[in-house]
Design a protein around this ligand. Sequence first.
Ligand SMILES: Nc1ncnc2c1ncn2[C@@H]1O[C@H](COP(=O)(O)OP(=O)(O)OP(=O)(O)O)[C@@H](O)[C@H]1O
Ligand SMILES: Cc1ncsc1CCO
Ligand SMILES: [Mg+2]
Length: 275
Amino acid sequence: MTECVAQIVERTLQKRPMVHSITNNVTVNDCANIILAAGGSAIMAQDEREVAEITSRSDALSLNMGALRAQEAMLLSAHAAKRRKRPVILDPVAAGASRLRGEMCARLLEAGLVSVVRGNASEVWALMTGAQHTLGVEVNALDQVTEQNLSESARRVSLFSRETGAVVLLSGALDIVSDGKCTAVLRGGSEMMRRITGAGCMLTSLTAAYCGANPENLFEAAVAASGVMKTCGELAYRRVCEEMEGTASFRTRLIDAVSMLTGSDLAAKLRVQIL
Ligand SMILES: Nc1ncnc2c1ncn2[C@@H]1O[C@H](COP(=O)(O)OP(=O)(O)OP(=O)(O)O)[C@@H](O)[C@H]1O
Ligand SMILES: Cc1ncsc1CCO
Ligand SMILES: [Mg+2]
């Protein structure tokens, strides 16, 4: 797995995948920058008159529900991606916070338009049960994956993957990645990742870049994205501690770390457990 993940990172730097994102206006710039840091190219477009064309020329599509608008554009793009066999990555931001968000995610999932779901625990559990788990974009503490509930959480993530046919990347203090057959757990990262907005959106964008360059290996690409973000979170945290800096610098250092990381750096640092 470690060797494969290192190759995914290197292949992304070589192939420069184009990622089309229809995303929120809060973290859009960080999403574009992390895609570039990983070696990809970014294009954000959401007018219905151009999205299908743009998706058709892209290597991956990222759909983020953060400040949900442009639903027709999302559907047009998702269908265009499916026709071209391009991966579609869904970030179900605050899926349990409103009916509109939950229904839009369900519509994409039920139509088989989603290749990878990347969300926090409250978002993934909300998609699975339809229940309202969180009012905002942040995880509800009661939903979080811990060492104590890890095996039950992993079982649920695997079940959700089989139900939807999508790879699922549930992030938090522990990340779980499953394709329904194989399930991986990644530890590490930094608590500071929760003190900036957009670490999750950036992880979704990174997943899209790695999937775009490695469409045959979506599970491994999602593990790569999780591993890179955990590793770079640690590197960025070390930098801000050394320099006595705060959260705004951490956000910059996180993108810096992704831009400097090679496949072999990742292979040396990656901590992944296959369940
Ligand atoms: N307590 C923690 N310790 C270490 N890493 C964490 C912790 N919480 C989150 N992370 C990491 O932060 C990144 C974002 O995950 P998170 O689950 O917080 O996304 P999110 O809730 O969708 O965030 P947002 O919507 O603000 O962008 C992931 O790489 C995850 O591994
Ligand atoms: C704060 C916020 N609101 C909608 S999207 C977003 C960014 C984190 O998901
Ligand atoms: Mg989020």
